[in-house]
Design a protein around this ligand. Structure first.
Ligand code: ADP
Ligand code: MG
Length: 326
């Protein structure tokens, strides 16, 4: 997988050469005077896989919502390949018609309908005005097969795993011939195998010339597959970087707005414990997609710090300990 990825990267045209979508100076405030996005410039090329990264609250979801017509924006322009002037998406449907599809973390499909119905909802094949079930199921089966999605056209969506539901949402976008596919935090609840499958599917779409915008705060996944990284902080664009130019520690520093040197200078100064009386012990604590099995003991009178890169699972670990997540 590595060598082909490198080969593709060599063949790819340089950034800015063939933009499929371009944002110029885009700003958006929910509250007057408090910009959630402040003068954002960015672009995605055809067949390019771009990660948009930033700490929570940095404006990633707002960016996607502005791009897909969920929210209006006050300033700036969005340009799309094949359109003469700037475009304004008034609704997600409008964005869809312009070839911009979005798959959210929370799959926005209908669990009680079949896989085929979900794939073709709102655009069902019809015969004499009635839904042509046979054709619909046949086309769904072909689509699932071509994308190697292990689900049956006629089963209820709720019977398939969340990972497959996400792939079905992507299949729907693909079948609608999107030019740009946007995924907002799609991997938060997936395990490693599922993430690998998802990326395989993304790579296929890339080869077909689809521009992919992938939003995440899990850095582990960034370096495996993407071409470029766009970093946001506090609603501002920090920069757009080729993967090779942005080692992981620098990415974290950019997300946090700190020099890496500041982080390396933390000293300890504390009294040692005389006896070890556990107040809380965890064994093999794990959470699908975020924490691998983890053991931990905290003793009476002890202060324990958790540290790690952004997206390494710190918050998720603490949430699991106090029961906010399973
Ligand atoms: P991210 O997706 O990177 O976590 P968001 O785009 O959700 O960031 O949030 C960016 C900023 O906008 C945050 O300060 C957040 O509180 C604010 N914000 C997001 N959505 C809304 C909303 N619907 N109404 C008001 N403020 C919002
Ligand atoms: Mg978000």
């Amino acid at each position: 997988m590595k060598s082909t990825a490198v080969k593709k990267r060599v063949q790819r045209t340089g950034s800015g050469d063939d933009p499929i979508i371009l944002l110029e100076n885009v700003s958006k405030s929910y509250t007057a005077g408090v910009p959630a996005l402040n003068g954002i410039n960015l672009h995605i090329n055809k067949g390019e896989f771009v990660f948009v990264v930033g700490d929570s609250g940095s404006g990633k979801s707002t960016l996607i919502k502005v791009l897909t017509g969920v929210h209006e924006f006050e300033n700036g322009e969005i340009r799309l390949d094949g359109k003469d002037g700037p475009i304004i998406n008034k609704s997600p449907q409008d964005a869809q018609n312009n070839g911009i599809s979005t798959v959210y973390q929370e799959v926005n499909l209908c669990p009680n309908l079949t896989v085929a119905e979900n794939l073709f909802i709102g655009r069902e094949p019809r015969k004499a005005g009635f839904i042509d079930w046979r054709t619909m199921n046949k086309r769904a089966t072909e689509l699932l097969k071509s994308l190697e999605i292990d689900a049956s056209a006629t089963q209820k969506l709720e019977e398939v795993s969340l990972a497959r539901q996400q792939m079905i949402a992507i299949a729907r976008a693909v079948d609608m011939k999107c030019k740009v596919l946007i995924l907002d935090e799609p991997t938060s609840s997936l395990d490693d195998d599922e993430v690998a499958k998802l990326f395989k599917l993304m790579n296929r779409l890339k080869d077909e010339g689809v521009g992919i915008i992938f939003v995440t705060h899990f850095l582990e996944q960034v370096y495996e597959v993407c071409d470029r990284i766009t970093v946001l902080r506090n609603g501002e664009l920090v920069g757009e970087y080729e993967v090779k130019d942005l080692p992981r520690v620098m990415l974290v520093a950019k997300m946090m707005g700190k020099d890496f040197d500041d982080l390396a200078d933390i000293k300890g100064d504390h009294a040692e414990l005389k006896e070890f009386i556990p107040v809380i012990e965890a064994e093999g604590l794990s959470h699908k997609g975020t924490i691998k099995p983890f053991d931990m003991t905290i003793n009476k009178g002890e202060v324990v710090g958790f540290t790690g890169l952004l997206g390494s699972g710190r918050s998720e670990l603490v949430r699991a300990i106090y029961g906010a997540d399973k």
